[in-house]
Design a protein around this ligand. Structure first.
Ligand code: SF4
Length: 475
């Protein structure tokens, strides 16, 4: 393996997957980031929701930078700005005064207090500090105004887990603190979308709309991360973007017909609602491709009792038609490497199989046991063996691809240099995508999203493997 031994093959299962385990401790070009990112993402999807990071400035700055590179939108994220003194004396003063200042100036409806490595290690009593901050807010603003602002403690110690653990913890913390004792059914379905793009959330809402169903997104980042710029000469720039899930909807989530978590790493809040309030939980797969989208529709039908309408079946038919037009002609038999978040990797791998391609390598930065199980299921639909790389990084993927190249790589922008160096075309999906414009608006979930992703894959294949010969551009 070109000068550096990184992987050892350890387990050839009967299901056609070959698990490649990491055999070094250092991480080079990571595929995951720390928990607070996911929590900040989830809180940003609440209407007038404000993440307050209890940590050093860098803990929020790099996330804000990441969000604005990907979504091309500013994001309001506050930080308690812990310095050396806080490491010795604790961050009590910073957190209490930070909550008070934000409450008065920004008047949020919900503040998600997101912890970080430093305050978790020094053992700050965050719950206790929030109580003191609440009392001070009551003194300054009056009881009624102060109690309208929900203060949610979200524990996201970064030395365990990753960004989607943080997302999961945040949604669970919001639901646990806000969901009220059930009254009558609201006839809605709660959806936990995971860390996906605004276009994806809008597509899920569109599909639900076609089925005559409404949802409560836990939480809805579509408008906050893709909001219109409407200059006004009369009004000041608003502190918050439009959209987001209203706090009262989160309170009302206990009255829903059920909760569908679209990724299996984001199901804790669904399980909590099930356990506490008997709201049935369905932990699904990200609805990418035909079968995963069908599963989502089936789950909706089961929870709501509504039928898949003709319009929805027509959209499904268009995806099937596109697959029939393109898959056997241009894509069949091509080997693909997929990397990124586990839910996205396993769902795309399944779609790739539906297209007659082989997901030869599936690489993710975490060691979720669910990921390996999901890939075992996918392998039953694959025409070739799959090398599954859990808990790995981009360096390991690079070495694997150098040794045995594939026809196509699918993943986010962090793999662009590897793809370029190895001369393998890259289809950009996931988070972050910062070297292409507008991808956050284009869904890849659902039937319409399947067509978009299929077109993106096919056009990349055409550009790379057909332009120069098939279309006779060269004389
Ligand atoms: S790893 Fe810890 S210190 Fe670094 S950004 Fe994340 S929370 Fe902050």
């Amino acid at each position: 393996m070109s000068g550096e031994t990184v992987n050892k093959e350890s387990d050839m299962t009967t299901c056609g997957i070959n698990i490649v385990e990491k055999d070094r401790n250092a991480i080079i070009n990571p595929l995951v980031t720390c928990q607070p990112l996911g929590a900040m993402f989830a809180v940003s999807g609440v209407k007038r929701g404000l993440p307050l990071v209890h940590g050093s400035q860098g803990c929020s700055t790099f996330v804000r930078y990441g969000f604005s590179r990907h979504f091309r939108e500013p994001s309001e994220i506050a930080v308690t700005s812990l310095h050396e003194d806080a490491a010795v004396f604790g961050g009590r003063k910073n957190l209490i005064s930070g909550i008070g200042n934000l409450a008065v100036r920004f008047k949020p409806e919900l503040m998600g207090i997101v912890t970080t490595c430093s305050c978790e290690i020094i053992g700050d009593d965050v719950e206790g500090f929030i109580k003191v901050a609440r009392e001070e807010m009551i003194q300054k603003m009056g009881k009624e105004k102060a109690e309208k602002i929900k203060l949610i403690h979200i524990s996201t110690p970064s030395f365990v887990g990753n960004h989607f653990t943080g997302y999961d913890n945040a949604v669970k913390a919001m639901v646990s603190n806000l969901a009220e004792d059930p009254e009558e059914s609201n006839g809605k379905v709660n959806i936990i979308p995971g860390i996906v793009n605004p276009g994806d959330i809008r597509e899920i809402k569109h599909m639900m709309g076609l089925m005559g169903s409404e949802g409560i997104m836990l939480t809805d980042t579509s408008d906050p991360f893709d909001s219109p710029l409407r200059p006004s000469t009369t009004q000041k720039k608003p502190y918050y973007p439009k959209g987001g899930t209203p706090v009262e909807d989160i309170c009302n989530s206990s009255n829903s017909l059920g909760t569908i978590a679209l990724c299996n790493y984001a199901g804790s809040a669904a399980l909590e609602l099930d356990k506490k309030y008997d709201v049935p939980a369905v932990i699904g797969q990200l609805p990418i491709g035909l079968q995963n989208s069908d599963d989502f529709v089936r789950n909706m039908v089961k929870l709501t009792g509504m039928e898949a309408t003709d319009e929805l079946l027509d959209e499904r038919g268009l995806l099937v038609d596109s697959m029939a037009d393109l898959a056997s002609r241009y894509l069949f038999g091509r080997n693909v490497a997929i990397y990124g978040d586990p839910a996205m990797v396993s769902s795309i791998a399944r779609f790739v199989c539906e297209l007659g391609m082989v997901p030869a390598v599936a690489c993710t930065g975490t060691e979720n046991p669910e990921f390996v199980e999901d890939m075992k299921k996918v392998s039953k639909e694959s025409d070739g063996p799959i090398e599954v790389m859990p808990g790995q990084d981009l360096r390991a993927l690079e070495l694997r691809l150098k040794e045995e190249p594939v026809d196509l790589v699918i993943g986010h922008s962090d793999g662009r240099v590897i793809a370029k160096d190895l001369g393998i075309p890259l289809v950009r999906v996931g988070f972050p995508v910062y070297d292409r414009a507008g991808y956050h608006r284009v869904p890849i979930v659902g039937y319409n999203g399947g067509i978009n992703l299929l077109n993106r894959i096919t056009n990349t294949v055409l550009e790379t493997y057909y332009d120069e010969t098939h279309w006779k551009l060269q004389q």
